[in-house]
Design a protein around this ligand. Structure first.
Ligand SMILES: Cc1cc2nc3c(=O)[nH]c(=O)nc-3n(C[C@H](O)[C@H](O)[C@H](O)COP(=O)(O)OP(=O)(O)OC[C@H]3O[C@@H](n4cnc5c(N)ncnc54)[C@H](O)[C@@H]3O)c2cc1C
Length: 431
């Protein structure tokens, strides 16, 4: 059996933040970072927009502004981002205010999917150079407490057993199911009653011209609806595969953009999401999302659905043949999406909020409701299994630390990194 002081599961920003945080001490522990993929598959790899403003990415249940800001400053000092410039923000903000909405101004950097990959390589090389070991292509299957009389934990991967004093689990959104299994097996209480459901909107850049002034504008609309993750210049819609309990696949759409080094395609995309909080009888947000995802996949013939705004307004489904024409002047970037009817797949209450937000947005940034604009469904953001923590450093059981998007301590790259730093402080102060 291999032995380490600290084992970190997940090489996303939360895991990397924890590793770099642990190296800050005078006598750093021995560290093993594990990932089921041969690279960090997490958020740094996908578009890599880094937000440096409270509260973007910070779940308010476990963070407040005073706690988050010093960590945000440390993340920024470490990653040294080039903050994007913004123009004319007050013009859009005033229009939004008049419509009972708001535009949040944030400090943001954008590396692009290719730039994020370079960053990951650089960070992993730096960690290796400072003595951190990596176990890549190594999925962790099981976690157990060390046998009686011993401190710590044993992680069983597909390749070996590893004993450690402190175990940090940072498996991201893709690791929700794994984390739920771990928490159920170890008797850690958790809730997961919140979920974001929405669409991804794709339009020609000139019909969402704000992206020339503000790369990722965050609008907040009534009915807990907001824009999220805007991409432009060389922007694409993608699909992510998930599985329901029986192993049947369903898809959520997402978006990303390449850095300046790739050719532009003149399109922009962004998510429009409504937050749903399930109450009595308390249900799992993930189970609800899975059900909606499976329903969309059924109607889409095993793929997400896409509909032109022009068709939606007329109450008719989009068809492949109708996606072209003089009014419909660009091709969907997600080729696999099935032209269809959002209203058949999306619950009425959610669709109503999304459509109201689209109309409001069109008044703030005229053009987005052009008939050619595409709406892809579903875009689903699973909130995490929120564990009950023992302390402010995200310790769930003695010497077991649960961080990042999977554990509900973050909802973005910088907050995930900050969660890692916070857990590292907990480990350092308890050894
Ligand atoms: C397509 C896409 C685009 C995004 N774009 C942005 C963006 O531009 N800006 C932003 O701030 N946020 C973005 N996000 C959100 C961002 O990805 C997350 O907030 C962030 O990555 C969370 O970090 P994390 O370390 O908690 O998890 P992740 O980054 O997801 O990392 C978790 C890691 O754990 C590994 N893992 C999981 N289970 C196991 C296991 N059992 N054994 C071993 N390894 C395991 C995974 O392979 C993964 O590498 C995006 C997300 C997606 C999906």
């Amino acid at each position: 059996m291999d032995h380490y002081d600290v084992v970190i599961i997940g090489t996303g920003p939360a895991g990397l933040g924890a590793a770099f945080g642990l190296l800050e001490g005078a006598k750093p522990p021995s560290i093993l970072l594990l990932d089921r993929h041969s690279y960090s598959s997490g958020g740094l790899r996908n578009d890599c927009k880094m937000n440096f403003s409270w509260p973007i990415g910070f779940p308010v249940g476990v963070w407040d502004e005073a706690t988050a800001l010093p960590y945000l400053r440390r993340v920024e000092a470490f990653l040294k981002p080039d903050i994007l410039e913004k123009r004319n923000v007050s013009v859009y903000a005033k229009r939004a205010e008049r419509l009972n909405s708001s535009l949040i101004e944030i400090r943001q950097a954008h590396l692009g999917t290719d730039g994020g990959l370079e960053l990951i390589k650089r960070l992993m090389a730096e960690l290796s150079g400072r003595g951190v070991d990596f176990g890549l292509d190594e999925q962790v299957l099981k976690i157990e407490a060390a046998p009686k009389g011993n401190r710590g934990w044993i992680a069983t991967s597909a390749k070996r057993e590893i004993a450690c004093r402190d175990l940090v689990i940072a498996p991201g959104r893709g690791g929700f199911a794994f984390l739920q299994e771990v928490m159920s097996a170890l008797g850690i209480a958790y809730t997961d009653n919140v979920v974001d459901i929405g669409i991804r909107v794709e339009a020609r850049e000139e019909r969402y011209a704000i992206v020339k002034d503000y790369y990722d504008p965050k609008f907040l609309f009534p009915l807990k609806t907001r824009t999220f993750c805007t991409n432009s210049r060389a922007a694409h819609v993608v699909q992510e595969k998930y599985e329901d309990g029986d192993g049947k696949p369903w898809y959520s759409v997402n978006g990303h953009a390449w850095s300046e080094s790739r050719p532009a395609n003149g399109l922009a995309n962004f998510a429009l999401l409504r937050t749903i909080t399930l109450t009595q009888p308390l249900a799992s947000g993930q189970a609800y999302a899975r059900m909606l995802g499976a329903q969309a996949s059924l109607l889409g013939g095993g793929a997400p659905i896409v509909q032109r705004v022009g068709d939606f307004r007329l109450g008719k489904r989009s068809k492949a043949a109708g996606l072209n024409g003089d009014l419909y002047d660009f091709e969907p970037t997600l080729k696999s999406a099935t032209p269809g009817d959002l209203a058949l797949a999306c619950p009425g209450k959610i669709l109503e909020a999304l459509w109201k937000a689209m109309k409001t947005l069109d008044t703030i940034v005229p053009g987005i409701l052009h008939p050619s604009t595409l709406m892809y469904y579903p875009e689903i953001k699973l909130y995490a299994n929120r564990p009950s923590f023992m302390d402010g450093n995200f310790q769930a059981l003695p010497r077991l630390w649960l961080i990042g998007d999977g554990a509900g301590t973050s909802r973005g790259i910088t907050a995930a990194w900050a969660s890692g730093l916070r857990a590292a402080e907990g480990i350092r102060s308890s050894t």
